[in-house]
Ligand binder design. Structure first.
Ligand SMILES: [Cu+2]
Length: 69
């Protein structure tokens, strides 16, 4: 099991966090996604090495940006 964290900017409400959570949850191997709206911190649990490019693409697909790991 691998736990990764990224920081996402641009989220302003629960709909934003849901959009990010759903996009990241669709990535291969991801088993859990926790999104903290206030800090922008997203904690991703996966059962295989996480594809960071896929995470970036998922966040951008949801309409937000990753600012840090
Ligand atoms: Cu929102």
């Amino acid at each position: 099991m691998t736990i990764s964290t990224v920081t996402v900017t641009g989220m302003t409400c629960g709909h934003c966090t849901s959009a990010v959570r759903e996009e990241i949850a669709a990535i291969a191997g991801v088993t859990d996604v926790e999104v903290d709206l206030d800090s922008g911190r997203v904690t991703i649990t996966s059962d295989q090495d996480l594809d960071q490019g896929a995470v970036k693409a998922a966040v951008e697909e949801a309409g937000y940006q990753i600012t840090g790991g």
